[in-house]
Structure formats: structure tokens, C-alpha cells
Ligand binder design. Structure first.
Ligand code: RIB
Ligand code: NA
Length: 313
């Protein structure tokens, strides 16, 4: 059996338009290409961990609409456990219209829809799925009380938590920081959460330390092509990544977080897990789309998965 991960979070359908450049206010642009893909930060992270060979349980909610059956089929195809994926008639499934420009930069609108209707009762009903995992992962695309409840359940059951504060919201409850074993924001999220700049490495370190002071055991600040900054009680370490020609960075953060969860659930030490997750995220930015750009085990340099017991092996 493989490393066990539970992801509580959003499932979206990504509606991606490829454009020369992002539109400005009031402008109508011709796009070059359109594609649809499975997305949502929670779903993306779950799928990434499953692609590496993790035993993954997803907790989330879909609208009973044209998107839900396909989303469910996608999870099942990848071996993600969907016992705690619920359905509602009250809202559409979450969607994310995304524009990606020629440099691979993006602008995203998220309409959370059904994701917002997941209930605290449904989180509690997933206690056993959380408890039997090594790592729980949560993000900010579902209501805050659901994340808090899931993370409380994890703490009570000695399950490690990774909190990915995406998309950023300025005022997070203290308890959320305290329940995070790993608090993992990117640069812009860190700026929003701290009000501090994250341009230089020194600034990044100061901002990460400010987040650490709020209660997580470890802060991993992702810095795009600069890699990551790992900050804990022992200090700060910069963990660089390989430079690549980015084609589409959409979902790269989710690729990193899902991979990180997988390697930690596999028992790898933190810096080793970060190094491996960095390499996988670098692969993902070279491909179009979100989940469609996430490599599976067979598409990776075997070294990245060396000495790991996966669901297949
Ligand atoms: O992080 C990328 C994701 O953000 C996309 O898949 C989109 O659904 C939005 O949730
Ligand atoms: Na990508």
C-alpha cells in the first residue's frame, strides 16, 4: 500500500483560454485556443498525490450538473477514494475561467459554487478517512469553519497537516495557524497575509518568520523559479529549484503541495520531500493546463521516486 493522504477542498472545472496577453479592463480579446480541464486546488493536490502512487481520499462537494460525473470519473480513474465526495442540487460545481498568456502567466476567476455547501457534518463524517491518513491537506477554496474542523480532527488523531492558504485571504484565524504543521503559501499569498514585501530573499525570510510567529511548526514559502524557503525554529533554509522554460504555471503550486504531501506521507524528511516536490512542480510548468500537466510516476526521472513504496509497487 502507498503513502496515505487525505485532501479536504475544492473541485473545479477549469475553463482555460490561451491568449497573447491578459485583457485589460473593459477589453474584449480574441483567444487563441480553449480547453477544459479538471481543477480546483483540493482536487489538483489529491490528483497529484495519487499520480505519484499515494492512497488518497478526497473530501469535497460537486453540483449535480454536466461537470460532476466527469469529475468523479477522473478521480476514480486515478484511484482517488471518493466515498466523501458529496453532491448538491443547490449550486453548480465550482468553475474557474482562466486566461493564460504567451509567457505562461495567468489570471483566474473562481466561482466556488457547490464547494461552499460542503458541511461541517460531512467533514465530521470523514473523520476515519482523515484519521487513517499520514497527512491532511487543506486550502482556502472552501469555507473556513470546514478547514478548521478538518484540521482539529487531524490534530486529535496525530495526523500531520499541510495548510495551503490559497487563494489568499488577509485575516486567517489564529487557530488555523496553530493547527498547521506546515503552512505553505506562495509569494503573493505571503504578501497578503503579512502586509510585508517578498521581493528579496531577506524580505521573504522576514515575512516567513512573521507567519511562523503565528503558530505553525514550519513555514514553507514557495518562490516560483527561486524554489522554496523553509523556516522553522532552527532558522531559514533556501531550497532552490531547477530553472525551466515555463509554458503554463497554472496549478504549479498545487502540484508542489500534492507532491510534498505524498513524500511526507512516505516518511521522507522535510528537505528531501521539498527537493523532490520542487522537481515535479518544474515538470508541471512545462505542460499546458492544471492536472493535465502533472506528471505521473512513469513520466518522472525514477530517482525522484526512489526508495518509496507506492500503491502500485
Ligand atoms: O491552483 C489552480 C487552481 O485554482 C485551478 O485548477 C482552478 O480551479 C483554481 O481553483
Ligand atoms: Na501547468
Amino acid at each position: 500500500t502507498g503513502p496515505k493522504i487525505c485532501v479536504v477542498g475544492a473541485c473545479n472545472i477549469d475553463l482555460i483560454s490561451y491568449v497573447e496577453r491578459l485583457p485589460v479592463l473593459g477589453e474584449t480579446l480574441h483567444g487563441k485556443k480553449f480547453s477544459m480541464g479538471f481543477g480546483g486546488k483540493g482536487a489538483n493536490q489529491a490528483v497529484m498525490a495519487a499520480k505519484l502512487g499515494g492512497e488518497v481520499a478526497m473530501v469535497g462537494k460537486l453540483g449535480r450538473d454536466v461537470f460532476c460525473e466527469n469529475t468523479l470519473a477522473n478521480f476514480k480513474k486515478l484511484g482517488v477514494n471518493v466515498s466523501h465526495v458529496h453532491f448538491t442540487d443547490e449550486a453548480f460545481s465550482g468553475v474557474a475561467p482562466i486566461a493564460v498568456d504567451d509567457n505562461g502567466a495567468n489570471a483566474i476567476i473562481i466561482v466556488t459554487g457547490a464547494n461552499d455547501l460542503l458541511s461541517v457534518e460531512e467533514i465530521r463524517a470523514a473523520e476515519s478517512a482523515i484519521a487513517k491518513s499520514s497527512v491532511l491537506v487543506c486550502q482556502l477554496e472552501i469555507p473556513m469553519d470546514l478547514n478548521l474542523e478538518a484540521m482539529r480532527i487531524a490534530r486529535k488523531n496525530n495526523v500531520s497537516t499541510i495548510f495551503n492558504p490559497a487563494p489568499a485571504r488577509p485575516d486567517l484565524p489564529d487557530e488555523l495557524y496553530q493547527l498547521s504543521d506546515i503552512f505553505c503559501p506562495n509569494e503573493s499569498e505571503t504578501e497578503i497575509l503579512t502586509g510585508m514585501p517578498v521581493e528579496t530573499m531577506e524580505q521573504a525570510e522576514q515575512a516567513a518568520k512573521a507567519l511562523l510567529d503565528r503558530g505553525p511548526k514550519t513555514v514553507i514559502l514557495t518562490l516560483g523559479e527561486r524554489g522554496c524557503l523553509l523556516v522553522d525554529n532552527e532558522g531559514a533554509r533556501h531550497i532552490p529549484t531547477r530553472k525551466v522554460e515555463a509554458m503554463d504555471t497554472t496549478g504549479a503550486g498545487d502540484c508542489f503541495v500534492g507532491s510534498l504531501a505524498f513524500f511526507l506521507a512516505a516518511g521522507k524528511p522535510l528537505e528531501d520531500a521539498i527537493n523532490r516536490a520542487n522537481k515535479i512542480a518544474a515538470v508541471s510548468v512545462c505542460g499546458q493546463g492544471t492536472q493535465s500537466s502533472f506528471p505521473d510516476a512513469s513520466g518522472l526521472d525514477p530517482e525522484i521516486l526512489s526508495d518509496i513504496q507506492t500503491a502500485e509497487s
